[in-house]
Design a protein around this ligand. Sequence first.
Ligand SMILES: [Zn+2]
Length: 135
Amino acid sequence: MTLMLDKLAAQESKRVLGDAELTERAERLSAQYFDGRARPASVRWVTNQNTRWGSCTPAEGSIRLSHRLQGMPEYVVDYVLCHELAHLLVPGHGPDFWRLLEAYPRTERARGYLEGVVAADRLPHVPGARGERDA
Ligand SMILES: [Zn+2]
């Protein structure tokens, strides 16, 4: 029984968050890092966003995350959420924006992760090398 519950717990942690949970999570992050000043009205996954990880419409308080983030580590998803939350407060990517994002402790690490994903995407495909460590 314990084993089964562990299995369920493992599945649970890998489960993709629904849009309602995503909104809740964004609200929690806003409370934790931005004193609750960023107030997202809605947060949802979108599949039509392939060049950006996230986007937002400050006037509506809506945030959209690319489905490509699904399956990435939580701290990376949280970073993108924080990034878009910060845009609800500061529009561009000026010094004010990054100063605000410094509140989220894993900003640098998450940006590095995402840069790595982008770089890996651009690597030329080597036949037979996929998944082979010694290739
Ligand atoms: Zn941005």
